[in-house]
Design a protein around this ligand. Structure first.
Ligand SMILES: NC(=O)c1ccc[n+]([C@@H]2O[C@H](COP(=O)([O-])OP(=O)(O)OC[C@H]3O[C@@H](n4cnc5c(N)ncnc54)[C@H](OP(=O)(O)O)[C@@H]3O)[C@@H](O)[C@H]2O)c1
Length: 334
């Protein structure tokens, strides 16, 4: 098999290597990977900022889709030719997250999908929607499931208002899923051009946060002073205070990301006074993934992204760091 691996941290240390092709053991499945999508986490992981103690060498990346090539003894769920994607946390199949279920994330605790094949247990896969290409399906395991659960956390209904930040992988899925639920979606971005593209996907109102840093006031204006029902928070420390100000009393912040830093103290009293709920999101279970796929299939929703060849992995990771992309960055394997 061919793979990208890191033996020391840094994009420049990604090496394209040959490894023995794994053979699926009892209960295991060999998948030929056809496409991989990048997440901001992969960038942090490769740079050694996500888990500096991660064991190396490691094949990075959590999100891949492909075709079953061979199955081990006793496998009943899959057969060669089935179109599948890996689940993010291989041990979190259903129910709430627990410490044992949180172990086993692809491209972190165990080798990931930046390779032309992968062996996992049969429960570590889901079938992908027939209307999606491998490239489109590869965008789903992390960013889409996370956005799906962020929307679940806010109990978003028709007529709710959802605020999204930026136009990266999670946020674009959040716009699409919020629209499926009949919500009004408002959002902020660094770019007018990206806001225009997001409007084409259903963003009802947008603001450039570089030119208008006080976007919390704008969000209040957009909701007649009441505040939004849900913020899909990808910024973290640097945006959380403004998200709280933009929120309605009793609203929810789905805490997803860590993109922005802040030196300012966090306004704790506002959490109490607004009776705000800050709900941490860590991707989701296999069950969440399957539920989301049902909705995607029914509505024929199509992920949004840009495609490259997987030999360009280093350049595409640099591109992610520059944050000029819109939606997902996808690598195709030939
Ligand atoms: N908790 C989880 O399970 C989970 C799962 C997936 C991702 N995440 C986290 O969520 C975050 C987003 O991940 P991603 O993969 O979607 O990243 P991504 O595709 O790289 O998207 C990043 C985008 O966020 C926007 N952004 C950056 N700084 C911002 C700020 N200060 N305010 C508002 N928007 C800002 C930018 O869009 P514009 O140019 O449009 O402004 C940027 O392009 C990351 O921190 C990632 O680690 C967490």
């Amino acid at each position: 098999m061919r793979a990208w691996q890191i033996s020391s941290f840094g994009i420049e240390h990604l090496q394209f290597v040959e490894r023995p092709t794994p053979i699926p053991g009892p209960g295991e499945v060999l998948v030929g990977i056809r496409a991989i999508s990048l997440n901001y986490r992969d960038l942090l992981m490769i740079r050694g900022l996500y888990n500096p103690r991660m064991k190396l060498p490691r094949i990075p990346c959590s999100d891949g889709a492909g075709e079953v090539v061979a199955v081990g003894e006793g496998v009943t769920a899959w057969k060669p030719g089935d179109r599948v994607a890996g689940i993010f946390m291989q041990n979190w199949l259903d129910g709430p997250l627990t410490a044992p279920r949180a172990r086993g994330a692809l491209g972190g605790d165990i080798d990931g999908v930046l390779a032309d094949c992968l062996v996992v247990r049969e429960t570590g896969l889901v079938g992908i929607p027939p209307h999606l290409s491998f490239q489109e399906a590869a965008t789903l395991p992390c960013a889409a499931v996370t956005a799906w659960n962020a929307l679940n956390a806010g109990d978003v209904k028709p007529g709710s208002t959802v605020l999204v930040q930026g136009t990266g992988g999670v946020s674009i899925f959040a716009i699409q899923f919020a629209r499926l639920r009949g919500a009004r979606v408002i959002g902020v971005s660094s770019s007018y051009e990206k806001l225009e593209r997001a409007a084409g996907l259903g963003l009802d109102a947008g603001l450039n946060y570089r030119d208008n840093p006080e976007w919390d006031r704008w969000a209040l204006d957009q909701t007649g002073g009441e505040g939004v029902d849900l913020v899909v928070e990808v910024g973290g420390a640097g945006t959380l205070a403004r998200s709280l100000r933009a929120l309605r009393f009793g609203g929810t912040i789905a805490q997803v990301g860590v993109l922005a830093e802040s030196a300012e103290p966090f306004p704790v009293p506002m959490v109490l006074h607004k009776m705000a709920r800050i709900h941490g999101i860590y991707v989701g279970s296999r069950r969440d993934f399957v539920d989301m796929i049902r909705a995607i299939s029914l509505t024929q929703l199509r992920p949004v992204g840009e495609e490259f060849h997987w030999t360009q992995a280093r350049e595409v990771l640099d591109k992610m760091a520059e944050a000029n992309h819109f939606g997902k960055l996808v690598l195709s394997v030939d």
